[in-house]
Design a protein. Structure first.
Length: 670
């Protein structure tokens, strides 16, 4: 049977006739921005031969998939350079990550900053040599032969589900029908210079990496993220399509470093992380306490207006509560170890005469709120019942992931649980989402999209039918909001799906903020009931909702969003009065007293510094309003306004100045 000389494809939505044996490289030979292709929804190397009926999409280097391929290919070049610099280095895994890549190595000595500079130069030589990335399918025996000197790769080959254990980004094809190796091939001689066990795909050649890459740092990391495994050395890097894109990214990093809330917290005297308390346990200083109280007070006000009722629950509880809720089955690793108390022993024999019991620091508030609901009979007339708490919770985060205020072990959740009927469920979810978005806007975050987290098939309770109903309802509410909705497969908690509000800050970074979870399962586990209009006993639907996530994390996010220059209503010091000379101190105190009488946080700088130094200090402390008074101001009953941007408004009557400031604070002007 003869092979047809031509066949048809669908290429970027159009039917195209090509010669038999045509590859993606030939199909897109005039498109230098195309680095891989998607064939029937699967990413493939450009040198893959195409077949009759294939649906082919071009993938450019600027697209998300194209950037991932660029970064993964750059990770291979880095690993090749590392083994040139340190021939004894053993390869771990090297995936792409957001904005970059990393690769793990088992080496005798950690990498130094000088090593990273040397490696960048070696990588540039490899890139300039224009090596080809060539994929080959191998048997397990062939893979073992090729990786004979790589113990970590051999371990992955010996793991039935090695690809899953290594993580999605590891790009290792094991247990999926075939094993693949990528060779870095010298374009002139055809010799294999370096190879790695890898799923791919990759760029056609190293030249496409150009010189728009950088190695950013090195760190220690456990093999496969398991603390029981060998400690390896990890090198992080980044790669971009152009030098301009790399420069823009580096400028964003520099700006993020300037906004780092840990740095600003020290400079502005807001909070600290004493070693004596342990990792992930911050303390708030008086100025930080003012910001936190202002955040919480406004939240309380808005929740009261929206019909929420405030409750309080203890920090510890008997372990049985978390057996009922399921947390000990599904969340034990995230909880602190139990405290065994109340055990009584005979002082003479040592025999236990009264068995003790385990108490746990609470990791979340929902089980205790269920007990409040269950404390007495409930009627449908009480629903929806909205319970709210600023509840302290404790989670055993691994030390390696703790980060300032944004990842802590002790936190205060602004936690609400709403109990409603099934008929009320959709409206209540809609109202809750709108309430959350409006309140976040009041704090200065207004660029959102939503994420829908669905069932983890390995970690859930309840029936599939209940999960489907809950997921469908959340999806309908999210879509009706008009915001972009992004799927998060298998990202839900064990008891129900959730919507997460993702907010972009002032420099475009995304933070997960509020979460709204729909739960049919905990009401069942706690046997919650209300009396319906027809006299029957019914299960309520439970909605879990956190606005800030945690007060600590939200304050960290806002500190970075505002770069420490909080809007006047949140600033710990809203006004500083600076007299031009000591003779005008009393006049300035009179002005400040008028502000204080209106509830404004104001003070006079009567220090010994010279006037220009006081102005610089107020600017460094990011004070929203500075009032200045000299002889002409005092005679006219006026002050000069100086704003954070350095602009100034002179000769403003005192009463008008007070009115401006009070209105700015009350209106929560940014």
């Amino acid at each position: 049977m003869s092979v047809p000389e031509k066949f048809t494809l669908i290429v970027d939505g159009e039917e195209t006739t090509v010669d038999t044996g045509t590859t993606g490289a030939q199909l897109f030979f005039d498109r230098r921005d195309v680095v891989v292709m998607r064939v029937d929804s699967v990413l493939k190397d450009l040198d893959t031969p195409l077949e009759q009926g294939d649906v082919v999409e071009s993938v450019t280097i600027e697209s998300e998939d194209g950037l991932n391929v660029l970064r993964h290919s750059t990770a291979h070049v880095m690993a090749q350079a590392v083994q040139q610099l340190r021939p004894d280095a053993k390869l771990g895994i090297g995936p792409y990550i957001k904005d970059g890549f990393y690769f793990d190595f088992d080496v005798a000595e950690p990498f130094t900053p000088e090593d990273l500079k040397t490696l960048e130069k070696m990588m540039q030589k490899i890139i300039n040599s224009n090596q080809k990335f060539v994929r080959r399918v191998v048997s397990e025996d062939e893979a073992r032969e090729a990786m004979a000197n790589e113990p970590y790769k051999l371990e992955l080959l010996g793991t039935k589900d090695g690809a899953e254990e290594a993580g999605e980004g590891a790009n290792i094809e094991v247990g999926a029908g075939e094993i693949t190796i990528y060779d870095n091939v010298d374009r002139k001689s055809g010799d294999v210079i370096w190879c790695d066990l890898c799923r791919g795909p990759h760029l056609p050649n190293t030249k496409l990496i150009s010189n728009a890459f950088a190695l950013t740092r090195s760190a220690a990391a456990y093999w496969l993220g398991n603390q029981k495994n060998q400690m390896l050395q990890r090198i992080y890097g980044t790669a971009w399509p152009t030098k301009d894109a790399l420069k823009a990214y580096q400028e964003r990093l520099a700006e993020a470093e300037r906004r780092d809330h840990r740095k600003l917290g020290t400079e502005l005297d807001l909070f600290s992380f004493p070693d004596e308390l342990g990792s992930g346990l911050p303390v708030f200083h008086p100025k930080g306490g003012i910001i936190r109280k202002a955040m919480e007070d406004y939240s309380r006000q808005r929740h009261t207006e929206a019909g929420y009722e405030f409750v309080y629950t203890p920090h510890i509880t008997k372990g049985h509560l978390y057996e009922v809720s399921g947390h000990l089955d599904w969340y034990r690793d995230g909880m602190f170890p139990p405290m065994h108390v109340d055990e009584v022993t005979d002082p003479e024999t040592g025999e236990v005469t009264k068995p003790g019991q385990d108490y746990y620091l609470k990791p979340m508030n929902c089980p205790m709120h269920n007990l409040i609901f269950r404390s007495r009979g409930r009627s449908y007339r009480e629903l929806p019942l909205r319970l709210f708490e600023f509840g302290s919770v404790y989670r055993y985060e691994k030390s390696g992931v703790i980060h300032g205020l944004t990842r802590v072990r002790g936190m205060t959740q602004d936690d609400a649980h709403i109990y409603c009927t099934r008929e009320q469920m959709k409206d209540e979810l809609t109202n809750t989402l709108n309430f959350v978005l409006d309140l976040l806007k009041d704090y200065g975050l207004d660029d959102f999209y939503l994420e829908l987290s669905t069932k983890d098939p390995e970690k859930y309770v309840g029936s599939d039918e209940v999960w489907e109903e809950a997921t469908r309802t959340l999806a309908e509410v999210a879509e009706a909001s008009g915001l972009d909705l992004v799927p998060d497969p298998a990202g839900a908690a064990f008891y129900g799906p959730k919507i997460s509000v993702q907010a972009r800050d002032a420099i475009g970074r995304t933070w997960q903020m509020s979460t709204i979870q729909l739960d049919f399962n905990l009401p069942e586990r706690f046997e919650l009931e209300y009396q319906a209009a027809d006299g029957t006993r019914q299960r309520p639907v439970m909605i879990h909702r956190a606005l800030f996530g945690s007060v600590e994390r939200f304050m960290g996010v806002l500190t970075e969003h505002y770069a420490g220059a909080f809007p006047a209503w949140l600033s710990p010091v809203q006004v500083v009065g600076i007299p031009v000379a000591e003779a005008f101190n009393d006049y300035m105190f009179d002005v400040v007293d008028k502000l204080k009488a209106q509830g404004i946080r104001a003070q006079v700088d009567t220090g010994t510094d010279r006037f220009p130094k006081k102005i610089r200090t107020a600017s460094k402390d990011k004070i929203p309003f500075v009032l200045i008074a000299g002889g002409d101001d005092a005679e006219a009953g006026a002050v000069s306004f100086r704003f954070r941007d350095g602009s100034q408004d002179n000769g403003v009557p005192v009463d008008e100045a007070v009115k401006r400031i009070v209105e700015a604070v009350r209106n929560r002007d940014k």
